[in-house]
Every structure is written in C-alpha cells, then in structure tokens.
Design a protein around this ligand. Sequence first.
Ligand code: OGA
Ligand code: NI
Length: 343
Amino acid sequence: MAKHQLLSTVERRETLPESYIRPESDRPRLSEVMTDNNIPLIDLTSPDKERVITEIGLACQTYGFFQVINHGISEDLLEKVMAVGLQFFRLPAEEKAKLYSDEPSKKIRLSTSFNVRKETVHNWRDYLRLHCHPLEEFLPEWPSNPESFKEIISTYCHEVRLLGLRLLGMISLSLGLEEDYIEKVLGEQEQHMAVNYYPQCPEPDLTFGLPKHTDPNAITILLQDPKVAGLQVLKDGDQWIAVNPRANALVINLGDQLQALSNGAYKSVWHRAVVNAAQERMSVASFLCPCNSAVISPAPSLVADEDAPVYQSYTYDEYYKKFWSRNLDQEHCLELFRTPKLQ
Ligand code: OGA
Ligand code: NI
C-alpha cells in the first residue's frame, strides 16, 4: 500500500486536510491576482519571420513565457490528449496503485503533490510523469490502460518535440546566436512529461496545486485545460498574473537552463498552479531537458568582455540532482550556481 494516497482515488472532501494547509504567509491570496491581457501571443505561421523572432526575444526578456498559436499540432490531437489524461486519472484505485511511486528518479511513475519525501506541506495535485525520448525505449513501460493512451500520447510527444526544437532555434536566433546553437549545447535532449490532475479543492485559498517554482529544464510546453484557469506567473517580482487558457494555444516557458545559457538575459520565471472549488483541472507539461552530460554555461558572445559570466558552468546532471534534493519553493535553484562576486 502506498504511503501517500492519491487525491484522485479518494472521495471528495468537505474540508482541506491539515497536511495541505499552508501557513498564513504562504497562501495564494487569490483576490490579489490580476489578469493581464497582454501576455505575448505568437502566431507561428506569421509570414514576417524576423518579427516573430523579435517578439519571442521580447517575451523571453520580460515575461519569460508566451503562448503560441498555429503551432502545427492539431486541435483534434490536443483534445484527445486531454481526454485520455482525464480517463487515466479516473481509472480504478487498484490500477493506479501499480504505477505509484515517491521516488523522483523513476522514469515512469504516478505520484501526488510534488516531492512528498522532502516537502512539509502537500500540494493538491496528482501527476503522472513519463520519460518520452527515445520513445521506443520508454513506450513499453507506459500505462497500457486506457487502451489508446500510448498511441495518443506518443503522437503528441513526437509533435511537441519538433515544436520545442523549432522554438529553441528561434530563441537562439533571438539571442543573436546561430540557429542551432542551443540545440548543440544541450546535446541529445531528454523529454519528460507531467500529466497533472488537480481535483476540485474544498478550500482553494489555503493551498496550491503546485507552489511557486521555476522549471529546471530548458523549455516547457504546457497544454492547459481549455476551460479551467489555474496557471499563474510572477511579473516584475511581485505581481501574480493568471494565464487564462486560450483555445488551441500552448504556453511556452523558459526553464533555468535557458536563463543560464543566455547569461541571465532571458528569465526562467516563477510560476504556480492554483486550484478551485468548482472544477477539477488538467494540464500536460512537456519538458525538453539537456542531456545529463551537457555542460551549461553562458554563451561567450553574451558575456561582455570585462565581465565574468553570471553563472558558473556545470553539467545538467549536477543541476538536476540539486533541484530534486530541495523543496520546490526555495530560492531559485540557479542562484546556487551564480559566479561569486570578487571583492
Ligand atoms: C509544471 C507546471 C503548471 C500547470 O508542471 O511544471 O508549472 O498549470 N504546471 O499545471
Ligand atoms: Ni512548472
């Protein structure tokens, strides 16, 4: 029997269990969250390629995230991914128990909250985490129930990867680097996926689906529930902004590795997921991750002659281990790799 129970297998609760209640100083304060209608929205079919690259660059400097439309992944596939994800979380408890694990290094696992072994307060989320590249290696271990899961999710993974690589090319260009610069530095990238399920929550003001965090990888492509909001990002260090879902758009955010490679010019922003009392919510996050041996350091052309690079070089393996050894909402993990200031 799993030590921590999945939220998706228990009856709906009337009150929030104690272990999910955040201290007063660390609650979502939902009434103070704003909606910003200017969140960058980028049309990838726009004929003016230079302009698209400029827009991406601006979005990466200011918000650290943007939404893309006309990204090439069909509406039909996006709907199927959401539907099969939801079907998965509706499976009987015994079926899900087979996949349950609290061990972050496991490549295929169903879990709850974030890192139940490290955290003091739990989060109102269940998630299925899958390694997705190379597909042939991991596919046999993926859930075979629901029956269409493997086919739908593997098709999506393949398309998301192509989109992610295309975006990395545009991000390289926007930094004045060769189009393949970032892809080369990151090596044969891993691809991970988190299918997030946030059940209805009796007291959404007291807890998070995911508390504030930055993503440790290179780039994240998030498919949001088209009907239920929950993703929020921190703007200018002090204002939470709701990224309301937009049909057929994908949300792109930069992870810590792009902040490091860009010498801090581009931001891996704090973001979080909040929950609500009326509806359950799903999201599907796809993460492109440098290969473990990739050496990450600021691109030399982005470091001014007289300055030291903002971050020291490290391997992604070192970074990832550090990330998972901590709780989610501590200081930005990249701060631990900052070049010490000379006195
Ligand atoms: C994540 C994440 C946000 C969401 O999985 O890293 O930030 O809206 N998810 O589920
Ligand atoms: Ni995230």
